[in-house]
Design a protein around this ligand. Structure first.
Ligand SMILES: [Zn+2]
Length: 441
């Protein structure tokens, strides 16, 4: 059997079993797997049960399966068929979902997996249990029509993507698990996404000097020195405000000055001030101790930023650039020159390397051709958010993102197109044949 004949056969097989990925997605969606880092409540944090379903399916396909806890009671599940490392391919998906949010805003049961007019509704179907189901369906179709791949083929079903990708990071600590290529099945509207920005969470701590607010006039209008007046305070809240203004200017400067990536919108290099905490005294956790007394001139401001950089840059370069900016900003002020702000990277251990898979990487063209052959659009574009593909790149694999159509990920009435789940399974199966090759004999 040649590659083309194998593809024809596997596409027929997925078509014959077209209900399989849809029913599997529904089965997974009916088990709520809300990431407990966001919301913990009885009956909603059931990642292990959903992973049991995945593990059972993978075992039925004669995959060697592993189940390893990343956090207590939160296991990753991976399955693989043996094969060459050079042509190895993994399909990655995360089993955790974000909370339902405002239940009243939903017109369907968020965990009911109802289908209306070709749309499968529910939390975490689109993002991204449909992608996992499509990956397993691709494997099942390959197995059921007797196609054996030359390269190792794996399914990675991970926990905790929504809170920073700690499931995938943990899985890839085993170097034998790292494939040469990975398709992350996040929803992409059927588009092929070979690149995504890098993301850093960075904390900047600015110190001032405590004083009594009653003497603030002396900070603003310095008085003749008398023994009954305390030293002027330095207000960390006001320093933070100046710093935020400067960061906003830097962000716009980056937007104008840094070359845009051809597959990403201009100005993707954003620096979002997400959390600002100001108060007095610094605690062992690095945060202000007193945040309830405005009569104190505060001496601590802690600012947390979500900083994105283009796939054309690298993390070390961007970190150095931001640190240099902080140094120059501080150098303009006599107090800050003596008391420089402290910059800490990997806040919450979060760090997503960027990736920029070349457009001539075979899998890009393979998926494009399969989509076209199915009569579907096959646009190549960039992922503007970040996903687990970052960690595969960091581990040495070549990632790209391709998954089903739908809408309202993280919102009410999230849905995924039933037809596109089947399409995605077809594309995965055909791409696996082309990328991994057929086993001789
Ligand atoms: Zn997702």
């Amino acid at each position: 059997m040649d590659v083309q004949a194998a593809i024809t056969r596997v596409l027929d097989e997925v078509e014959r079993q077209r209900d399989f990925p849809v029913e599997l997605a529904r089965e997974l969606m009916r088990v709520p797997t809300v990431n407990p880092k966001f919301e913990e409540a009885p009956g909603i944090n059931r990642e292990p049960e959903a992973q049991d379903i995945v593990a059972a399916r993978l075992a039925e396909l004669d995959m060697t399966t592993t189940r390893a806890e990343v956090f207590a009671g939160r296991p990753n599940v991976a399955g693989s068929w043996a094969g060459s490392a050079e042509r190895s391919l993994a399909i990655n998906g995360h089993i955790d979902v974000v909370p339902v949010g405002d239940q009243a805003a939903w017109s369907v049961d968020p965990f009911g997996a109802e289908i209306h007019d070709g749309r499968l509704y529910g939390r975490g179907g689109y993002d991204m249990k449909a992608g996992i189901a499509a990956g397993i369906a691709a494997a099942k179709a390959l197995r059921d029509c007797g196609i054996e791949l030359d390269g190792r083929f794996e399914i990675h079903s991970v926990v905790d993507e929504e809170a920073g990708g700690f499931g995938t990071k943990d899985l890839l600590r085993d170097p034998d698990r790292v494939p040469s290529a990975v398709i992350v099945g996040e929803p992409t509207e059927g588009q092929i996404m070979p690149c995504q920005p890098g993301l850093e969470w960075v904390r900047v701590t600015i110190r001032g000097r405590n004083a009594h607010a009653g003497w603030r006039y002396n900070d603003i209008y310095p008085q003749r020195d008398t023994p009954d007046r305390t030293r002027p305070g330095v207000n960390a809240a006001e320093l933070a405000a100046r710093f935020l203004t400067a960061v906003g200017q830097l962000e716009r400067d980056w937007g104008c000055r840094k070359p845009a990536h051809p597959l990403l919108p201009p100005g993707i290099t954003t620096i979002n001030p997400g959390v600002v905490q100001v108060g007095s005294g610094i605690g062992a956790n690095g945060l202000p101790v007193t945040m309830t007394n405005p009569a104190i001139t505060p001496d601590v401001a802690v600012l947390d930023f979500d900083l994105k950089y283009s796939p054309t840059e690298n993390s070390a370069q961007v970190r150095a650039e931001f640190e240099e900016f902080v140094r120059s900003w501080a150098a303009q002020d006599s107090w800050l020159r003596e008391t420089p702000p402290i910059v800490q990277w990997e806040l919450g251990s979060l760090h997503f390397p960027a990736f920029d898979t070349p457009l001539d990487f075979p899998l890009v063209d393979s998926i494009r051709r399969q989509r076209t052959a199915l009569g579907r659009s096959a646009e190549i574009t960039g992922f503007v958010a970040v996903c687990d593909g970052a960690f595969y790149r960091g581990a040495g694999a070549t990632p790209l993102i391709h998954g089903p159509l739908g809408a309202d990920a993280h919102g009410p009435d999230e849905w995924v197109s039933v037809e596109s789940i089947v399409d995605t399974a077809k594309v995965y199966a055909a791409a696996a044949i082309e990328y991994c090759g057929l086993r001789a004999g």
